[in-house]
Ligand binder design. Structure first.
Ligand SMILES: NC(=O)c1ccc[n+]([C@@H]2O[C@H](COP(=O)([O-])OP(=O)(O)OC[C@H]3O[C@@H](n4cnc5c(N)ncnc54)[C@H](OP(=O)(O)O)[C@@H]3O)[C@@H](O)[C@H]2O)c1
Length: 287
């Protein structure tokens, strides 16, 4: 029951109608008998500053931040954690006694999903795409000890910008390549972990041919597609054909939420609650 002691959390973005975060967090609050509520707020770009100061004034405890505000919101925060500072984007904020702190759990969520199957430490990794998600994952994977990284993107200039930023901040071993089939095939021979961050294969375009086919992969490879609808994308089907280990994007979705919850509450919530809430919502079976 909502009363004078209820703590309010939420997510701001534009649009926000299709967010899955309230489903996960409210299920966890209910199961753990916490007097908390998580609410989606549609906030226009020109109202972002007012939304953050208003949330602080109202005593809102924490917010997730989604498109298009992840970078812009930084202007209105007092501190950033290391990953958020490096990435230059925030998806979680906590309103503390000493100010407003920004975090980024997108990369942590992806790395946690991959680490469950095979640690990213000392691995050769290829990321397809160079957008916002690729950026968060690239920084976090290097912070987590990856040996080297190849970024492959349709627009090579975007891959180049990301590479330059990674090199300036972390001095890693990073290469970029375009999406040329033969180039990819050669580089994939030495790739341990492949991560797709492009929207190819996402519902309703599930019949679109994936960027890579089974003959380009190998059985010792882990393949993570961060697209979560459908649960098994065309790329993950190809990975299975090659004998590689597939990881659905729903895992990243779940773990970025779990990590936000941890930041706000100081404790790890039962992951199963997040998993079940999202699977019920998507009408899917538990993975
Ligand atoms: N599982 C999760 O929790 C999670 C979290 C965040 C995002 N996602 C998903 O990840 C995807 C990307 O999100 P984002 O925020 O990174 O998007 P973004 O910033 O728009 O970046 C999209 C990237 O995909 C590439 N791309 C788009 N269409 C392509 C095509 N037809 N062929 C080749 N490359 C293409 C773009 O290449 P160019 O540079 O050439 O345009 C760009 O590098 C979305 O599907 C999103 O739903 C999942």
């Amino acid at each position: 029951m909502i009363n004078g002691e209820t703590k309010v959390f939420g997510i701001i973005g534009d649009p926000i109608e299709h967010t899955f975060s309230p489903v996960m967090h409210n299920a966890a609050f209910k199961k753990l008998d916490m007097n908390n509520i998580y609410v989606p707020f549609n906030v226009k770009a020109e109202e972002l500053e007012d939304a953050i100061s208003g949330a602080y004034a109202l005593g809102i405890r924490g917010l997730n931040i989604t498109i298009p505000h992840k970078t812009e919101v930084i202007k209105y925060l007092d501190y950033l954690d290391i990953a958020a500072g490096l990435i230059g984007a925030v998806n979680t904020i906590e309103f503390g006694k000493n100010g407003i702190v920004g975090h980024n759990t997108d990369g942590i969520g992806a790395v946690r999903a991959i680490n469950e199957i095979s640690s990213v430490k000392n691995k050769s990794i290829m990321i397809l795409g160079a957008g916002g998600a690729a950026r968060a994952i690239a920084f976090q994977i290097l912070l987590s000890g990856a040996k080297n990284l190849i970024i492959s993107n349709r627009t090579i200039e975007k891959a180049s910008e990301l590479r330059d930023d990674l090199i300036e901040k972390l001095e890693p071993d990073v290469q970029i390549i375009d999406l040329d089939h033969d180039n990819l095939k050669i580089k994939l021979k030495d790739t341990d972990i492949l991560i797709n961050t492009t929207p190819i294969g996402m519902y309703p375009h599930t019949n679109k041919k994936p960027l890579l086919t089974a003959d380009m992969m190998h059985e010792n490879m882990v393949v993570n597609d961060i697209v979560y609808n459908p649960l098994k994308t065309g790329l993950l089907n190809e990975a299975e054909k090659a004998g590689a280990k597939p990881i659905s994007g729903v895992k990243m979705l779940i773990y970025q939420g779990v990590e936000s919850f941890k930041i706000w509450s100081g404790a790890e919530p039962p992951v199963e609650i997040f998993k079940k809430a999202i699977m019920d919502h998507l009408h899917l079976e538990i993975i």
